[in-house]
Design a protein around this ligand. Structure first.
Ligand code: NG6
Ligand code: CA
Length: 513
């Protein structure tokens, strides 16, 4: 079986080098492709390890994602690069740890944090002839600072190597609450220009602190500035009335744009990066899903995400592309219940465990901060359905896709990324034996050990006050035997001081790279 998979990889590498597969090697596999495989990355926001029925959720069902899980490999030790969104995305698109660039959660008016003169994942795919697009939530900053939303907004995804972009510029809970298509705000009326501020109130739109009667959901102080569509946001926005999004329309709007891209690209090799807004706050599902999960808006957002996934996969099938598409489905960080809006996620959760039995969640140095569902399908007979406990980080997608596409990387490109293609295609093969997890501190997984570096910084108030979240930040070192103590209950740092020193040194050397 392993031999068969090695042959599969050879076939894939051949595809990377030439358009046509050598017929002799192609006969080894059932249906070897004649075109480079398309790549679709479904990147859900804040979806926890336990938030899919294929990962143990019983409270409601995710049939579309479960179908992918049934046809592909379901990973149980795959990780987002970080426990929050901006750093995770940064690493995925650059193959470098976010701490190397101090990438942290960004406000909605922040400049682009990826250097567009440097290599990126989409630029690398373009070298191999891929057409590339990003459709969905961005949250990596735009422009050079003081961005003017009324002019061309750049640099952004196009300058980073995407041929097409349709974005929510930051997050659903931050202004500006408008779509950005390539360089332009969609439907903007030039006589009603947009001004954004994260410092002071601008414009005459009502705000959450003063007009709670206008709200669909009340929110904490941080999320109680400008109200758009009955939801108060972080930050203030003036103008841009005709360009405002309607949160309930997200599922159709984003999937329609992805489907358009697939239809337009069907005769070429393409890579679609599809970062969802769901299941991030504010959770304001479309009426097709509102009230359907029995777990409140958070559960309904899971159903919405599942429906969106299904529509895009159906389109691939309709276009005859599914057989030749590598699909990677995962999440940008672990789960959170209360993230600022009163949507009763915790109260309506019932027995559901979003972390799937692991400790912590979004923001946390414990496993549930980054251990997320990951499903890989490649129906072309190259991959056998199964379950894999290979240790993988999303930072590895860069080198892995470079291998798939046959691109040779420059010396300084994607330095933290590891090629895990063999493990993506064969559930019996292992991947890393060492991996870094980023949160407000750093954690190192090495063999059976998980080491959490002591945290000497200041925990932001909003995080310290979230008592429901175990952020894992302590001034003392933490050492867990993750092979026997998956829930990170027994700190062995005092018992194995030499191990602590060894792992801290290893961490320091990765940092100094
Ligand atoms: C936090 C926000 C939270 C969420 C998060 C980003 C506050 C108090 N909390 O700062 O609501 O927006 O940033 O989430 O403002 S992420 O998934 O995009 O990283
Ligand atoms: Ca997130």
């Amino acid at each position: 079986k392993i031999q068969k998979s090695v042959l599969s990889i050879l076939v894939l590498m051949t595809i990377g080098c030439s358009e046509q597969v050598d017929v002799a090697s192609a006969t080894i596999e059932k249906k070897a492709p004649v075109k480079k495989p398309n790549v679709v990355i479904f990147y859900v926001d804040d979806l926890g390890f336990g938030d899919l029925s294929s990962y143990g959720m019983t409270a409601t069902k995710t049939p579309n994602v479960d179908e992918l899980a049934a046809q592909g490999i379901r990973f149980t030790d795959a990780h987002s690069s970080a426990a929050t969104c901006t750093p995770s995305r940064y690493s995925l698109l650059t193959g470098q740890y976010a701490f190397r660039n101090n990438a942290a959660i960004l406000p909605g008016d922040a400049p682009l944090i990826i250097d567009h003169t440097k290599p990126t994942l989409p630029k690398m795919m373009k070298k191999a002839g891929y057409k590339t697009a990003v459709v969905g939530k961005w949250h990596l900053g735009l422009g050079r600072g003081e961005v003017d939303w009324n002019k061309d907004v750049k640099p952004g995804p196009l300058e980073l190597g995407f041929d097409y972009s349709f974005l929510m510029p930051a997050t659903g809970d931050r202004v500006p609450t408008v779509y950005l298509e390539n360089h332009k705000v969609v439907n903007l009326d030039p006589s009603d220009p947009i001004t954004i501020s994260y410092e002071k109130r601008v414009g005459d739109r009502p705000v959450g602190t003063e007009s709670p009667e206008l709200l669909k959901q009340t929110a904490d102080l941080q999320h109680s500035a400008t109200i758009v569509n009955g939801i108060s946001r972080i930050g203030w926005m003036k103008g841009g009335k005709s360009a405002e999004w309607v949160d309930e329309d997200f599922p159709q709007v984003f999937t329609d744009k992805a489907i358009d891209f697939i239809q337009e690209s069907k005769d070429e090799a393409f890579m679609l990066f599809f970062p969802f807004h769901d299941i991030h706050v504010p959770r304001v599902p479309n009426k097709m899903f509102a009230g359907k999960s029995g777990m409140g808006p958070r559960g309904d957002a899971i159903l919405q995400m599942d429906w969106m996934t299904g529509r895009i996969v159906d389109e691939l099938k309709k276009q005859g592309l599914y057989e030749n598409t590598l699909i990677i489905y995962s999440s940008d960080n672990g789960p959170v219940m209360d993230d600022g809006y009163d949507d009763f996620a915790e109260e309506m959760r019932g027995e559901h465990d979003p972390s799937g039995g692991f400790r912590g969640g979004k923001y946390s140095a414990y496993e549930a901060g980054t251990r997320v569902p990951m499903i890989v399908t490649y129906p072309n007979g190259m991959i056998e359905a199964g379950e894999s406990d290979a240790l993988i980080s999303h930072i590895d997608l860069y080198k892995t896709l470079a291998t798939l596409a046959g691109v040779e990387l420059e010396a300084n490109e994607a330095v933290d990324s590891v090629n895990v293609l063999p493990a993506l295609l064969n559930s019996k093969l292992s991947a890393r034996d060492e991996m870094l997890e980023e949160s407000f501190t750093l954690s190192l997984r090495a063999g059976k050990w998980k080491y959490i570096e002591p945290f000497s910084g200041v925990t932001p108030d909003w995080l310290a006050n979230k008592t429901a979240i175990e952020n894992g930040l302590t001034t003392e070192p933490q050492l867990y035997d993750i092979s026997s103590d998956q829930k990170e209950q027994l700190n062995l740092a005092d018992k194995y001081p030499d191990k602590v020193i060894e792992l801290q040194q290893r961490l320091d050397s990765i940092r100094a790279l």
